[in-house]
Design a protein around this ligand. Structure first.
Ligand code: FES
Length: 117
């Protein structure tokens, strides 16, 4: 049987959403702290231009849109291959999500919370 809902895990919390949901919408709706510092007020509201909704994701997401590829190739997100823009991605299966520190969430620790030992 085809999976219709996905489980999202974030910082010890767990919630569900329909497959195909926009990841940013799901996180905001579930009151996840998606934006750090002033990015809470200074973000593009999902247009894919600011990059401040970057999160580390383990699990199945949609492929990157052209807008996401373009933004992820600009500083300070360039080279952060574990990060995705929540506003540009749709949920395709169960996910583990982490938000790192820094204005964009770009300060990945040496061993992030989603990296296995
Ligand atoms: S909210 Fe600005 S890039 Fe996602």
């Amino acid at each position: 049987m085809e999976q219709t809902n996905a489980t999202i895990r974030f910082d010890g919390r767990e919630f569900e959403c329909p497959i195909g949901s926009n990841l940013r919408s799901v996180l905001v709706r579930n009151k996840v702290t998606l934006y750090n510092e002033g990015a809470r007020f200074l973000n593009c509201r999902g247009l894919g231009t600011c990059g401040t909704c970057a999160v580390e994701v383990r699990g199945k997401l949609s492929v990157m849109t052209r807008i996401e590829q373009t933004r992820m190739n600009l500083p300070p997100l360039k080279g952060h291959y574990h990060l995705r823009l929540a506003c540009q991605a749709t949920v395709q299966g169960d996910l583990d999500i982490a938000k790192h520190e820094g204005f964009w969430g770009e300060k990945e620790r040496e061993r992030g919370p989603l990296q296995s030992t």
